[in-house]
Write a protein that binds this ligand. Sequence first.
Ligand code: ATP
Ligand code: MG
Ligand code: FE
Length: 407
Amino acid sequence: GLILGIESSCDETAAAVVLCGSETLSNVVASQIAIHSPYGGVVPELASREHLRNILPVVRAALREAGATYNDLDAIAVTEGPGLAGALLVGITFAKSLAFALNKPLIAVNHLEGHIHAVLLEQKMLEEQEKRKDNELSSPADRSSSAGWEAEGPALCLVVSGGHTHLYLYRQFEGAGGPSTPAASKNVGRTVDDAAGEAFDKVAKLLGLGYPGGPWIDALAPHGNPHAVPFSFAQIKAKVHRKNDPNALDPSRMTYFSFSGIKTAVLRHTQVHEMAAGIEARRAALAVISDPKPSDALPLCDQSTLDLVASFQRAVVDDLRRKTFRAAEAFGAATVLVSGGVAANRELRVRFTAEAAERGLPIAFPSLTLSTDNAAMIAAAAWPKLVARDFAPETLTAVPSLALGRG
Ligand code: ATP
Ligand code: MG
Ligand code: FE
């Protein structure tokens, strides 16, 4: 089960070779951050052009690093959506041509399912290692009851990135070695406006920090007081209540996030406290540094800016945490998985981990490189489809607003 994964849905051109959904042989990402940075966001036309320029070298590098040839591959997997139409098309057209030329199956992968597999990929890798260790070292009685959480209930997955803030109830399939049935996912939460990562990006931009904003805010927040500025979130009420117990959480309800209000609140705060001059000065100072880093911004931030950044991050992380664990409880989830670019956030990891420990719930995050967009997660998500021979038609095309799971 050697799969070449290709990902080009947004602003990274990525290719990876993954064995049986659990062993990453290579994972190459060409980021376009430097190209979009001056615009403070992804420019679709530039993204497509860069994907075109990068796709062949990136695929070649992935094969070279994996020590594999085109002929060794069992399938080509590619992101079908959601994402930017033109960007997706570059990957899809390339993958289709490759599959046709090599006469190998083509597998279409939902980018969001990919993000979930970024966590599962590493979990499976750990399980495999554990199994190997157990077989070598211990008596059967010692073997941990790592039958896995799959058996105990669904996983509650928070996919939180620049374009998405979704909760999924996800039922796992068999482990890496065994046969798999396609996983079932149900969408149980979403944002009604901006994604959480988008809020990080927009707030960083309006404070005169760099792009993408997440890593900048992550780095600066520990220097500020997270209780300095009180932010609040609209609690979007569920319409459905359980009949006999109006206070009980209803498992059939959706969780709603909203992150456009906090961006406006940050903007208002800067206006009320007359921070504009400082922001402009910082923006100008960073503009003349080539490849500026958050550490360059720190001396350019006064305490009230750092407090604002810290308060913003705390508010977003708290809202994500509260709603995620409330949903996990409502659905009787056996584990919590968090993935997507914002899952790289350090405060998020610390606070989610603490709450999970308090509740006795296992929690897992991808390593930092697999949190943001990559192709290893696409190749991993394709593995159960290869086993199920769930192949894409020759007519495969980009689906920019592809959804995951039943609503
Ligand atoms: P999609 O939403 O389609 O998955 P994307 O390119 O936005 O696409 P990712 O590459 O997974 O998805 O995530 C990028 C986002 O993650 C950006 O908004 C970025 O600011 C945010 N991000 C990255 N690192 C951090 C961090 N340490 N803290 C907070 N946010 C972060
Ligand atoms: Mg990205
Ligand atoms: Fe993504």
